[in-house]
Design a protein around this ligand. Sequence first.
Ligand SMILES: Cc1cc2nc3c(=O)[nH]c(=O)nc-3n(C[C@H](O)[C@H](O)[C@H](O)COP(=O)(O)O)c2cc1C
Length: 262
Amino acid sequence: MDCSPKTPDEKPMNRGRNPIRRLTPRHVRVETVSNAKTVKPIDAVVTAGRFTDAQTKNIRRAMTHKRTIAAIVVIVPVVIATLAAAPHPVNTGNVLIVYLSRTGNTKAVAKMIQNETGGRLIALELRNPYPENYQAIVAQVVRENETGYLPPLKTSIDDISAYDTVFLGAPTWGMQLPPPMKSFLAAYNLSGKTVIPFNTNGGYGVGSSFDDIKERCKGCNVLEGFFVQGGRERDGILFVMKGDKEVEVSSQVHAWLQRVLR
Ligand SMILES: Cc1cc2nc3c(=O)[nH]c(=O)nc-3n(C[C@H](O)[C@H](O)[C@H](O)COP(=O)(O)O)c2cc1C
């Protein structure tokens, strides 16, 4: 193999003070081409017999260092991108999911949250249930909202202090938080806890529901809520969280939880 210099800047490198600095990519390329199939670039250069043992050692060390940095530059972004894309395990520990649901839509979302978090599900029930008739319940809720009446709950939770994260789910009723959920927030002190609201509605949105929770939950860390269109009892559309809609909402819930619980 002819290792003699080809151009002035390819002088034998053991003549200079620092062989590493003089090891330009061109030198490596020349050696690599002539030994492409059998010898790695670094080996080709150092086995050419132009360096002392110490210099060879230094060159090897420098090249290894460069390879390590190059590997880090390539691998780290790939690892970060992979981790970001992968599902994050959400908090499966002390999670409580309290919900109110009349026609099952909010309950379905509550179950999706339970599937993701492993939390404990609790349905809010009243001592005196609301009327079945839609017009009658609407009229009663209007009255309760106007007077600030808090209907007594049949549901009782004796170990609420055991939970750090409390999901609160309710339908929009009269463009605000339904009275039973207001009763719950009046009865239980959630200060210091992370509170995460969720809602289904008949297409008019959450109204003041999430703000009502913030207002009635002093000292809580209220995170971004989730809301989705559910039924429209007024038009005879009751439970809709099935088939394609269920699949779609499940994936929305998943994405939302990834965001708020990361
Ligand atoms: C008393 C009452 C009041 C309601 N008020 C509203 C409202 O103001 N805005 C709205 O978009 N939907 C309203 N809805 C529709 C519900 O929010 C919607 O059907 C929701 O998905 C029901 O949830 P659920 O199946 O968990 O009970 C009302 C329903 C009831 C029973």
